[in-house]
Design a binder for this molecule. Sequence first.
Ligand code: ZN
Length: 361
Amino acid sequence: MRALRLVEIGKLSLVELADPSAAPNEIIIETIATGVCGSDVHGYTGENGRRFPGQVMGHETVGRISSLGSDIDSNLYPVGALATVNPVILPASEKQEYEGREQHAPRRRVLGVDPTIVSAFAERFAVPATNVVLLPELLNPLHGALIEPLAVALQAVRRIGIVRGQVVLVVGGGPIGQSCILAAKRAGAARLIVSEPNDARRGLCAALGAEVIDPGQSVVPDAVHALTGGVGVDVAIDAVGATSTIADALLSTVLGGRVCLVGMAQPNVSLAAYRISTDEKSLVGSFTYPAETFNEAAKWVAEGDSALDLLVSQVVEPDEGDMVFKRLASSLDVPAKVLVRFAPDRPIDKIALTVDTLKAS
Ligand SMILES: [Zn+2]
């Protein structure tokens, strides 16, 4: 099978790998498409140190069930069914204790991050059946690859406790910021304000229903106060994660306001500490999601939401992988998500036939 391997920092190659085989508790997914995450790009450049040469990345994916490990019930996981994968994989020994907060399990492994797992930038990959989330036949199956970033956004919205009627600032209008706009709206936010330096991204955020600020043209907290009659926003999500963006979020919120840090641009930042102490503001972190939140994101996508079309900028072929990573690493000219398509989607009977043919041979 073909897979995109990070052969060295700054280079992805399309390589031929042996087909994966399923352990008794695993399922083989045949990939339709996998999204390129900012964390993949920063791993590719070596900036975040969270990806390693030799690995096959990919954690935002949609595909079809291709074959089943010997312990898996085919009535529960029909071959050919459309599915996505929750990338947060727990060892059996931690499943019970960390139920409801799977992201806190100390021995969790994350598909696409753990260098020992051949992940979703491949034609096929193996995952535990408990991480496979079945989807109904979507009008646009590619939307299934958006479930993971939408789950990140739902978790950020939960961490910050957005309630109906609130005014929300999202700092950073890239793919996670865009997902946060939709998740905050879904949670009942009355107004969304987004700060984003890139023109195309600002245009996209406006199309998603946000009021937009260009931080290159105005001081963000001043612009936020001007838009809110001097009051500020109730809550803010920093989808960038740098000293300046956390400052913008803290200085733009009301006294007692909450700021959620979901972006990871800088490993160390300096903070306007008095804005937290004397203003009684809360700064909370958010990373991945509990399984329940991931499942909720899958339900959201299954309902069909036409705004999701706006979250995909480009679909590329696997042999364009290195080129697209280079481009994403060097510029912000792609406003939304890029997906790598491994297989044009095929009808169930055809894929089932392929599997039967494989079994027979
Ligand atoms: Zn991601």
